[in-house]
Design a protein. Structure first.
Length: 184
């Protein structure tokens, strides 16, 4: 069902590859006489615009009672597409650690697979507070790296630590739900 929250998540999916392309192609600005910083601004603007849709799609879905199965699928997918596009682009231009990005992507793939198993077992897969903090920390780190601001790299590693922590919390919750189900 296409409703406003799902359209906003779909917009995030569309913005992700455009932002990725902008990150990797600073010549679109420099070849036209603009400073390289315009590339940073354009990529950051796209990222912030897409990130704002993440807030509003969830808010509208809850407040207007427009939560759908499609939304439950595309919202986290859109988040991952956006953050992975930004992280890969930043890594490819040498602004982000390969190891940090590897850890983040592996965690995201693993937890996505675990969520799929959880759904097949009728186990609740709602995002935890730690998962939301992880997402916000990743978005802040990406913003700092896109703008080449100080503390970008420490923020990236903080996001990695929160990514690992929230992944561990998710695994522990899943394990507890499985054990609880087997003891019934």
């Amino acid at each position: 069902m296409l409703n406003l929250p799902n359209l906003l998540a779909s917009l995030r999916i569309l913005i992700a590859p455009i932002m990725f392309w902008v990150i990797l192609n600073p010549a679109i600005f420099t070849d036209n006489g603009f400073d390289i910083s315009w590339n940073y601004y354009a990529a950051a603007l796209l990222f912030v615009l897409a990130s704002v849709t993440d807030f509003f799609d969830g808010y509208i879905a809850r407040e207007w009672n427009q939560s759908t199965i499609l939304g439950a699928i595309i919202d986290p997918l859109a988040d991952k597409m956006l953050t992975i596009a930004a992280f890969l682009g930043l890594m490819m231009i040498g602004e982000a650690s390969v190891w940090a990005i590897y850890i983040i992507i592996i965690r995201e793939l693993f937890i996505t697979a675990l969520r799929t198993v959880a759904v097949s077992e009728n186990i609740s897969v709602k995002a935890s507070f730690a998962g939301k903090v992880k997402t916000v920390s990743q978005m802040i780190a990406i913003g700092f790296m896109l703008m080449h601001w100080p503390f970008a790299i420490p923020l990236l590693w903080l996001a990695v630590a929160l990514t690992i922590y929230s992944g561990g919390e998710y695994v522990w919750s899943f394990r507890s739900a499985i054990l609880k189900g087997n003891n019934s």
